[in-house]
Design a protein around this ligand. Structure first.
Ligand SMILES: [Zn+2]
Length: 381
């Protein structure tokens, strides 16, 4: 039998710490940030003393949180694993900076701009669910009231927890579980679907199905614009300004949650209905910039959907997403006879008739069909 280990993340969306617990969480976040910044400072100093040369084969021991405990005695009051994780994050950022010339040098974390989080690991059951899953016990902080949406199977192992103090003021705990599962039987693909990216409706399938972003999503966006306008008129730094800032953040978080929920459902539906999913290999970032579709392109998260789909397909033993080259003229070919019609290049042409065979095409569905057929050809090669 073929057994592989799959790592799964499970988000426990809401945590309701008491006032005292929230205070300790904030202090832990602050200490993790402080240690991160101190270690970065130490590293920059030694980097400059080496005239910008990377440390030869890591001979110089990297700084550890222990180095700062004499100068900052309050560091011992918080969960020490949170500080270890800060060290690991910095090590990772540092290594990738030297390994990848494109990556940027690690930056100092800011109290206002950086995400307010810390991560802690489970050692000898020190993090666990209690009280029938209604409490999550964290080192030093104690049992926090949480709300879970699904029951967690007994054989899942709790690995780590990331606690976040969100800009809206709420607390979130994301729990990482690990569990063993049998590798799925490989599926030989027999059903194919193409997805054409659509800036206003996320995607259209080769079977003519539209993603159909829910209308309430647009309504929340209008609400966001309204709250943002209100915020921009307030005196920066005033009490009302801070209150409004949290309000804006709350709407942002609400929209993010709705979007993730929508994308997850779409990815589930598609990955369960088809064996093989074909998409265009688009550079979504470039599209957003050149077409000035910025907002809707970034919003509708086609990139996120692609990543979710790929993961879900692989989990079922199906081939992952098949990507069709970005120069493939999916919108110009007639999906019936293969004739290339340059007149369809223009984005404003929503429907067209093939001059060769007379077939009537909806622009997006026709493109999705071409993507499906080209993807099938590529995957059967
Ligand atoms: Zn035709």
């Amino acid at each position: 039998m073929n057994t592989t280990t799959i790592t799964r993340r499970r988000a426990i969306r809401f945590a309701y710490p008491t006032k005292g617990q929230a205070n300790l969480i904030d202090r832990t976040i602050g200490c993790a940030r402080l240690v991160y910044n101190l270690m970065l400072e130490t590293r920059i100093a030694s980097y400059q003393s080496r005239f910008g040369m990377p440390d030869a084969q890591g001979k110089e021991p990297p700084p550890t949180p222990r180095l700062y405990k004499d100068d900052y005695p309050f560091l011992i009051d918080v969960d020490s694993m949170a500080l270890c994780n800060a060290q690991m994050h910095l090590d990772k950022a540092y290594r990738s900076f030297f390994a990848n010339p494109k990556s940027v040098f690690p930056k100092y974390k800011s109290k206002h701009r950086s995400r307010q989080t810390y991560t802690t690991n489970c050692i000898r059951n020190n993090i666990r669910f209690e009280n029938g899953g209604t409490r999550l016990r964290l080192p030093k902080v104690g049992p926090i009231k949480v709300r879970q949406h699904k029951r967690i199977p007994d054989d899942w192992k709790l690995k780590s927890v990331t606690v976040e103090h969100c800009p809206s003021g709420r607390y979130e705990a994301t729990v990482l579980f690990e569990y063993e599962t049998q590798a799925p039987e490989p599926v030989h693909p027999s059903t194919f679907v193409g997805l054409d990216y659509s800036s206003h409706d996320l995607y259209v399938t080769s079977d003519g199905e539209h993603a159909g972003y829910p209308r309430f999503y647009r309504q929340w966006q209008e609400r966001l614009a309204f709250e943002q306008r209100k915020w921009s008129r307030m005196v920066k730094g005033s009490a009302n300004w801070s209150k409004q800032k949290r309000k804006v953040a709350k709407v942002h978080e609400r929209i993010r949650d709705m979007r993730m929920d929508f994308l997850r459902k779409a990815a589930n539906r598609i990955s369960e209905s088809y064996d093989c999913v074909c998409v265009e290999d688009l550079d979504l970032h470039a599209i957003a910039q050149t077409l000035r579709l910025g907002k809707s392109t970034m919003d509708n998260g086609f990139g996120m959907l692609r990543a979710m789909l790929d993961r879900k397909l692989v989990e079922q033993g199906k081939p992952g997403l098949v990507k069709v080259g970005k120069w493939y003229p999916s919108s110009q070919l007639c999906s019936d006879c293969g004739h290339r019609y340059a007149g369809a290049k223009d984005l404003s042409v929503r429907e067209w008739a093939c001059p060769e065979c007379g077939a009537w095409h909806d622009r997006d569905v026709n493109a999705a069909k071409n993507i499906r057929d080209e993807g099938r050809r590529l995957s059967l090669q």
